[in-house]
Write a protein that binds this ligand. Sequence first.
Ligand SMILES: [Zn+2]
Length: 107
Amino acid sequence: MVRDPRRGAHARDLLRDHSELERERGAAAGQRLGLLWYEWVHYVAHIPYVPKTAFGRWIKKYHLWHHYKNERMWFGVTNPSMDFVGRTYARVDDVERSGSTRVLFPK
Ligand SMILES: [Zn+2]
């Protein structure tokens, strides 16, 4: 039997392709879970439901400040980290109420 010297390389290529596929599947699953987490937290923020955890109650209140206190602040829905980076986080008492924050359809 004649062995093909490229056969081992082909098997390694297949294994590498398979592991890349697994990483891509993992990344896609992570993105879907992240999107579900975002949508769930945003949904809960807008329904009359009181979350059971202290973090859940805080993140709901934090998002509602964005809608009902000042729409130029508190852009994070599931966490405030990017608000610290973008300087759009402040104590709620230190921010003036926006004149347009509750106007959904301005004239
Ligand atoms: Zn919202």
